[in-house]
Design a protein around this ligand. Structure first.
Ligand code: FMN
Length: 308
């Protein structure tokens, strides 16, 4: 087996704290120190959602390239999409300027989502989401209203149907009609009642997609990440595209989430432990699994477990 760049630097990176590892990886990508893999391209992985063509359903989760420093370099490593952020009102303008510049420079193509999270110190969540949405509406392929962060506990209030409906409808109506698809990112520690309420609101408000964060393996919540995806798929009657995130480290993990109902998957942790080119490896594994089971395109496998 060939020894890759990350086989050599990976063990050192893994010794560092998450924050240090991330800033080192961003510098490496920026300065061109991380070799680019030969991208695995296979039409079996191509999928179109919200009118956007994803080269592969494997994306980078929010939190890594918070300020849009290296989106082109990340796409060139094998991700089909990169979710920038979370941004807040302090960083929205900087991120927008960078992404507009990127568009003009025709950097590596691919889908760019932007994730918005209310700043801990701001006391008007809706105003903050609206401000950020307006700032980035022209440069995001999709945008995410993130109410999943454990670092902003007051966001738990937006799990209630009326508050969530208010947040989403106010954000939507503050933007003009040319807005990118609007997605909602939710936490894993939801009660059954909250899950039902969220599903009802996103269906009614025509939210374009749902990012489902699964529980950590160590969190004993009584269901797995795949089971949570399946639950949300059932509650939304398969009508709202789902992006599954948590613990995706192999093509098999991605395939399980897709069969449970996810249209796309994302990872973060494996980026730090295995390096950015891991997205390309996962794509190869996922394509093999789809072909083994007779699929001609990944979209046919979405929710396949529900038709058994
Ligand atoms: C250090 C770190 C920072 C993160 N920052 C964000 C963030 O800013 N916004 C967000 O929506 N999620 C953030 N996340 C969560 C990830 O996007 C993802 O949902 C979570 O890590 C689960 O995926 P994984 O198991 O592949 O890491 C962060 C995660 C980590 C580990």
């Amino acid at each position: 087996m060939m020894i890759g760049f990350y086989d050599i630097v990976g063990p050192f990176v893994r010794l560092l704290k998450q924050k240090k590892a991330r800033s080192l990886a961003i510098k490496g990508l920026k300065w061109g120190l991380v070799p680019r893999p030969t991208l695995f391209n296979d039409p079996i992985l191509e999928t179109t959602l919200w009118g956007l063509k994803f080269r592969t359903p494997i994306g980078l989760a929010a939190g890594f390239d918070k300020n849009a420093e290296v989106p082109g370099q990340l796409l060139a490593q094998g991700f089909g999409s990169v979710e920038i952020g979370s941004i807040d009102s302090k960083t929205a303008e900087v991120v927008a300027t960078r992404l507009i510049r990127r568009k003009k420079s025709y950097s590596h193509p691919g889908i760019i989502g932007i994730n918005i999270l209310k700043d801990k110190l701001s006391n008007d969540a809706i105003a903050e989401y609206i401000h950020c949405s307006k700032a980035i509406a022209q440069c995001a392929d999709y945008m995410v209203i993130n109410i999943s962060s454990p670092l902003v506990p007051e966001l738990k209030a937006y799990r209630q149907q009326d508050k969530l409906a208010d947040l989403l409808s106010q954000t939507r109506s503050a933007l003009n009609e040319n807005t990118p698809p609007l997605l909602l990112k939710v936490a894993p520690d939801l009660s059954d009642e909250e899950k039902k309420g969220i599903a009802a609101v996103i269906t009614k408000q025509k939210v374009d997609g749902l990012i489902v964060v699964g529980p950590k393996k160590t969190e004993n919540v009584g269901f797995t990440s795949t089971e949570l995806v399946a639950q949300m798929y059932t509650l939304t009657e398969g009508k709202t595209p789902i992006i599954a995130v948590r613990g995706i480290t192999s093509g098999q993990d991605a395939y399980e989430r897709i069969k449970a109902g996810a249209s796309l998957v994302q990872f973060y942790a494996a980026m730090v432990t295995k390096g950015p080119a891991h997205a390309n490896r996962l794509a190869i594994e996922l394509a093999e699994l789809l072909k083994r089971d007779g699929y001609t395109n990944v979209s046919e496998a979405v929710g396949a477990d529900h038709n058994k």
